[in-house]
Design a binder for this molecule. Sequence first.
Ligand code: ADP
Ligand code: MG
Length: 707
Amino acid sequence: MLDYNPRNTEIQFVKGIGEFRGKLFRRLGIQTVNDLFEFFPREYIHRTVDAKIRNLQVGQLASMRVKIVSFCEITTKKGTKQLKAITTDGDRLMECVWFSFGSWLTKLLIPGSYIWINGQVKEYQGNKFISQPQIQEAKDDEEITSDFWKDRKILPIYSLTSKLTFNIVRNSVYNAFALYHNGIDETLPDFLIKKYSFLERKIALQKMHFTSNPKEIPKVKSRFIYEEFFYLQLMIAKNARYKTDVIKQKKHINKNILSNKLLTCLPFTLTNAQKRVISEIFQDMVSDKPMNRLIQGDVGAGKTIVTLFALLLAIENGYQVALIAPTEILAEQHFKTISRLIFQIGTRENHSLNQNIPINICLIKGGKNKQKKIDKERIENGEINFAIGTHALFQKDIKFKNLSLVVIDEQHRFGVAQRAELSKRHEYPDLLYLSATPIPRSLAMTVFGEMTVSSIDELPPNRKPVKTILVFEKNRLQVYEGLKSELSKGRQIYIVCPLIEESEKVDLQDAETLFEALVTDIFPNVNIALLHGKKSNKEKEQIMEDFSSGKIKILVSTTVIEVGIDVENATTMLIEHAERFGLAQLHQLRGRVGRGGEQSFCYLIAYSLGEMAKERLHTMISTNDGFVIAEKDLELRGAGDMFGTAQSGLPEFKFANLITDQYWLNTAKQDAFFIIDEDFELENEKHNLIKNYYEKYIVEKETFSNF
Ligand code: ADP
Ligand code: MG
C-alpha cells in the first residue's frame, strides 16, 4: 500500500523526481513531500505584457517579453560585481542590471533567446534600465514543462541553489499536489483558524504555489507564520510553566571549599562581572526552585570558568554534574582545561585539611568503545561525579545516580525542547546555559521567556579589540604579508574555508586546495595542518592538541572550530569567502582570536559582494560588540544568508521573520500561554489536534534536528 501521507513520503517518490533529483532537493532541505509543499516561492513572475520599452516610466513595475541581445559581467571600482544584459522588444533596446546574482542567471542569458522579465524601471544618467528583474525563460518548446504551467500567467519563483531549475521544481510541486493533496493535514485547530480567518492549511498551500493573484499571498502566508510562532511559543510556555510548582530534591549548600581552592589556582583574577554572575548562580543553586539560567557573555568574556565554580559547588555537595558542548573538539578542550585545573586543586588539597572531596572526571563522546562502557557504569554507580561530553550525554542509556547540575555550553546549538526533556529525565537538576551569541534585548523574552539571564558584560582586562580588515580576493598576497609578520612574532593563525574538498557545483575556496597552496607555495617552511569534520576523531584530537601547544602554526579548517575554541597565542583569523557567512557566525569565528593581551587581526576575504554581504562585512569592520552585531543580524536576516541561521541563537524559521512579523509573534505567544495555562497537558478535547501535532512533529524535530 502506498502511504499518501506527505510527511512520511520521501521526496524521490514524487513523479519526475527520482534518486538523482531527490539528492538535489535534499540539498535544499527538502526531504519529504511535505517539505516540498512548504517550499514557498520567493516571488511570482507575471507572464503578461503590460509594457513596451518606449513607454516605460521610471518607478513602474514592468512585465514584458524581451529578446536578449548581449550580456556582460563587470566589476566596479569598489570591487562589486554587476551583470548587465542588453535586451530588445523588437522596437527599442533596454538594459537590465543585476547587482546580486547566481551563476544560474548567466546561464539563462543566452543572446538570441527570449525571456520574460519583471522588474522596476530605474534611470541612470538619463537612461532607463530595469533593476534586478526577475526572469523566466520564454522558450516555446519547453519539453519538460507540463501542460499545467504552460499557459499560466503567474509563475512561482523558488530560491534555488543547486542544479534544479524552476521548471523541475514547478513540475514536481504540481505532481506532488496531484497525488498527495488529500493527505495534507491540518495543523491548527478550528477555533484558531476561525479566530484569525485563516485559510485551511491545504488550501493555503495550494494558493502559495498556484496563485493567480500574488496580492493575496501575504494573507495566505500569515497562517504559516502564525503556526510557526505558535508552536514555538507553546514549547516556551510549557518550559516556563513547568518549573513553578516543582521543589527541587537536590539542594545545594554553599560550603565555599572547592571554590576557594579554585580561586587560588587561577592564573588571573576574576572580573567584577564574573564575580557577580557567580553569586547569581549560587543564589539559584541554594534556593529550592530548580535553576534555569542563561549566561550571556560575548565571545572571550570568560564563561567557562564561571561555570566551573558552579560545577564544583554541586560536587562538594556530593552530587554529580554534567557539562555539555555542541562539538567534540570543544568537549575535548573543556575536558583538558578543566582536568588541569582540577589536578591543581588536588595537589593543593594535599596541603590542606579537606582531602575528602574526590573529583572524578570523564569525557563522553559519540560512538561506542570500551572506555565509554566503563565510564557509563561509573556514572551509573556514582563513582564519576563530573561528566563532560557532547550531546551523547543526553542519550537515554547514560544514567546518572544523583545529577544535580547540568551546564550546556553554546546553548543556541541545542533545541528548545531539549531543555524540557532534560529537566524531566533527571528530576529537575539545576540548569545553566551559556551563549556567546547575544540575543537582541527586544527578543530575549520571546525566545528565552522561561530563563533568567545573567550577563558577563565585561571582558577580562588588557584585551585589545580585534582589528578587522576586508580584503578582496585578488589582493590576497597583501594578507599573506600580514600573516608572515605575525608568524615571525611566534604567533599562530586560523584560516577558515567554507568547504572541505573541491566541488564542481559550487565555486568556493575549499580547505583542501587552499591547504595545498599554502603548504607548497606560500609558507613552505611553516607547520600547517588541515582540520575538518571528516577527519577521524584521533586525528582531530591530535591536531587540536598540537595547535594548542603551539607546534602547529597555521590551522586551515572548516567551521568546525567555530565555537568555543580557546588558544590564546592565536592572533590572526582569516576567513575565506567571508561574504558567504552570516553575521553571528563571523562574530563567533572572529571570537577565536583576541583572547590574550596581544593585538589580534581578522581578515575577511571576499570574492564578490552583493548588497547584503556588503552590509554584513561592514558591520564586522565597524564593531566588535556582539549586541550590535546581533541587532544588525536580525535586521538583515531572511535575506539570503546562505549559512548561518543556526548560529544565531534563535530557532530557525521557515516562514516567519522575527522583525517584520512581530504582530503574529505576540498574538501567537498570547494564545499559546493562554492555552498552556488553561490546560497544561493539552488533555482537553479541543486541544487534541494541537497535542498530536506538537508531540509528533514539534518536540521530536526540535530535539534532534540540531545535531
Ligand atoms: P568564552 O566566554 O568565549 O567561553 P572562555 O571561557 O573560553 O571564553 O575564556 C576565554 C579566555 O579568557 C580563556 O583562556 C580564559 O582562561 C581567559 N579568562 C577568563 N576569565 C579571565 C579573567 N578574569 N582574566 C583573564 N583571563 C580570563
Ligand atoms: Mg566558551
